[in-house]
Design a protein around this ligand. Structure first.
Ligand SMILES: Cc1cc2nc3c(=O)[nH]c(=O)nc-3n(C[C@H](O)[C@H](O)[C@H](O)COP(=O)(O)OP(=O)(O)OC[C@H]3O[C@@H](n4cnc5c(N)ncnc54)[C@H](O)[C@@H]3O)c2cc1C
Length: 396
C-alpha cells in the first residue's frame, strides 16, 4: 500500500486507485460484518464483545498498518484514516476496539520498538493475537497529565518495578499488553523528563483492572488499573528509559487524525439516518424533509461533515508526507468532534421521540462521539495549543 493521498501535482485531494479500492473494501466490510443493528446490540452489552473482536481480526483489520515484513498488510496513516472513516459509519465508538491496538500496539512498537520487540510483537498483532490498551491518564487528571503523574518506575536488577494507578485505560481488563507511561526519574528538572514507556504484560502479577460504568461504547470497558509492585523486564522498555515523553508527543498527531476520522465516519452514519428518516416520516401531510427547518438541520450537518473531512484529510496528507502536522491534526480533532456531536444532536431532534429511543442509532452516535470532545485531549486544551502557536502567551 502507498502512503500518499495524491501524486505531487499541486492541490488535490484525489486518493490513489489503490486507496479508492481499499475504501470500497472497507465499506463492504462495514456493511457485511458491522451492520448498525449489530453494533447497536453489541454496544449495550455488559460483557466484552469477543465476537466483535473476532470479526475485526477475521477481516484482517489488525494487519493494516503493520509492515509486510512483520506479517502485516502495510499501509500508513492514509489507509488507517480510510479504515477508521468507513467502519465508524456503522461502528461509531466501537471502532476503538481496533483503534487502541492499532495505535498502542502496531504504531508505537512499529515506530519506536527495537528490532527484537518488532519481531516478537508485530506478527502477533497482525494476526489478531494481541489486544493492547493505553495506560497514560491518572486519577489526578488527564489534561495536566504530566503534573498529575504519580505512577513510578524504579530501577531493579534486570528491569523495573512499577507502583501507582491509572484511569480510563480502555480494554485494559482484557488486554495482553499495556502501553504504560510512568515516572522513572523524579529528580528530572522538567515534568516531561524522566518519563519511561513500557510494553507491559497486562497479566503480570500486581496488576488489577476494574471497569468503570460509562455513557457510551459501553461493552468496551474502560478501566481503573492498579499497579502494585509490578515487575517489568528491561526487554519491555520502549525506546530509551527516561525519554519516553518525546516519543509519545511524536505519536499524538496520528491519534488525533484517527479520532477525527472516527468522527467523520460516525457523522456520515448520522447524516444517512437523518436523511432516511426525514424522507419517511410525515407531519402535516408531508415528509419531514420537506419542512425547511428540518432541511436546514440536515444541510448544516452535511456542511459540518465536509468541513471535518477537509481538516482530517489535510492533516493526514501532511502527516503522510512527513511534514509538521501538529496544528492541523489538533484542528481536525477539534472540528470533527464538535461537528459530529452537533450533527448527532440535530439527528436526535429530527427523529423526535425516536431519537431518544435505544432501538435507533442516533442516541448511540451522540453518546459515543461525546467522548471525543474530552479525549484523548480535551478540545479546550486543543484550543490552548492552537492559540499558543499563533504567538499568544501560554495559557496553562
Ligand atoms: C471513555 C474514556 C476512554 C478513555 N480512554 C483512555 C485510554 O484508553 N487511555 C488513557 O490513558 N486515557 C483514556 N481516557 C482519558 C482521557 O484521555 C482523559 O479523560 C482526558 O485527557 C481528560 O482528562 P480528565 O478526564 O482528567 O479531565 P481534566 O484534566 O480533569 O479536565 C476537566 C476539564 O477541565 C478542562 N481543563 C483542564 N485544564 C485546562 C486548561 N489549561 N485550559 C482549559 N481547560 C482546561 C478540560 O478541558 C476539561 O473540560 C479516556 C477517557 C474516557 C472518558
Amino acid at each position: 500500500m502507498t502512503e500518499t493521498i495524491a501524486p505531487e501535482s499541486g492541490l488535490s485531494f484525489e486518493f490513489t486507485d489503490e486507496q479508492k479500492m481499499f475504501r470500497e473494501v472497507m465499506r463492504d466490510v462495514a456493511n457485511r460484518d458491522f451492520s448498525k443493528a449489530y453494533c447497536r446490540e453489541v454496544e449495550e452489552r455488559k460483557e466484552s464483545p469477543w465476537d466483535l473482536w473476532e470479526k475485526v481480526t477475521g477481516a484482517g483489520l489488525t494487519a493494516i498498518g503493520v509492515p509486510e515484513a512483520y506479517g502485516g498488510q502495510g499501509g500508513g496513516i492514509i489507509e488507517e484514516m480510510i479504515l477508521a472513516e468507513e467502519l465508524s459509519r456503522t461502528m461509531a465508538g466501537l471502532l476503538w476496539i481496533w483503534g487502541v491496538t492499532s495505535f498502542a500496539g502496531s504504531r508505537a512498537v512499529g515506530m519506536f520498538g527495537s528490532e527484537e520487540q518488532k519481531q516478537r510483537m508485530l506478527p502477533r498483532i497482525a494476526d489478531g493475537e494481541m489486544i493492547w490498551s493505553i495506560s497514560l491518564t491518572e486519577p489526578g487528571g488527564g489534561t495536566d497529565v504530566l503534573g498529575a503523574m504519580r505512577t513510578t518506575a524504579d530501577r531493579v536488577d534486570g528491569g523495573w518495578v512499577v507502583n501507582g494507578a491509572k484511569i480510563w485505560s480502555t480494554m485494559a481488563h482484557v488486554a495482553d499488553r499495556l502501553l504504560l507511561v510512568a515516572r522513572s526519574d523524579s529528580d528530572s528538572e522538567r515534568p516531561s523528563g524522566g518519563i519511561t514507556v513500557f510494553l507491559c504484560d497486562a497479566k503480570a502479577d500486581g496488576i488489577t483492572a476494574t471497569t468503570i460504568p460509562k455513557m457510551g461504547m459501553r461493552s468496551i470497558g474502560s478501566c481503573e488499573v492498579q499497579f502494585d509492585n509490578v515487575f517489568i523486564p528491561d526487554e519491555d522498555v520502549l525506546g530509551e528509559p527516561h525519554k519516553g515523553w518525546s516519543m509519545l508527543i511524536e505519536s499524538l498527531n496520528a491519534e488525533r487524525i484517527l479520532v477525527a476520522a472516527d468522527c467523520c465516519g460516525a457523522l456520515t452514519g448520522v447524516l444517512e439516518d437523518m436523511v432516511e428518516y426525514a424522507g419517511e416520516r410525515t407531519a402535516f401531510g408531508k415528509p419531514l424533509g420537506q419542512l425547511q427547518a428540518v432541511q436546514h438541520m440536515i444541510a448544516r450537518t452535511k456542511i459540518g461533515l465536509e468541513t471535518a473531512r477537509l481538516h482530517t484529510y489535510k492533516a493526514a496528507w501532511l502527516h503522510s508526507t512527513g511534514r509538521p502536522a501538529g496544528v492541523e491534526s489538533t484542528m481536525a480533532k477539534v472540528v470533527a468532534s464538535e461537528e459530529c456531536v452537533e450533527g448527532a444532536d440535530r439527528g436526535i431532534q429530527i427523529l423526535g421521540g425516536y431519537g431518544y429511543a435505544t432501538e435507533f442509532d442516533m442516541q448511540r452516535y451522540w453518546r459515543d462521539m461525546r467522548l471525543y470532545r474530552i479525549a484523548p485531549i480535551s478540545n479546550e486544551m486543543g484550543l490552548n495549543f492552537i492559540g499558543e502557536t499563533l504567538g499568544l502567551p501560554r495559557s496553562f
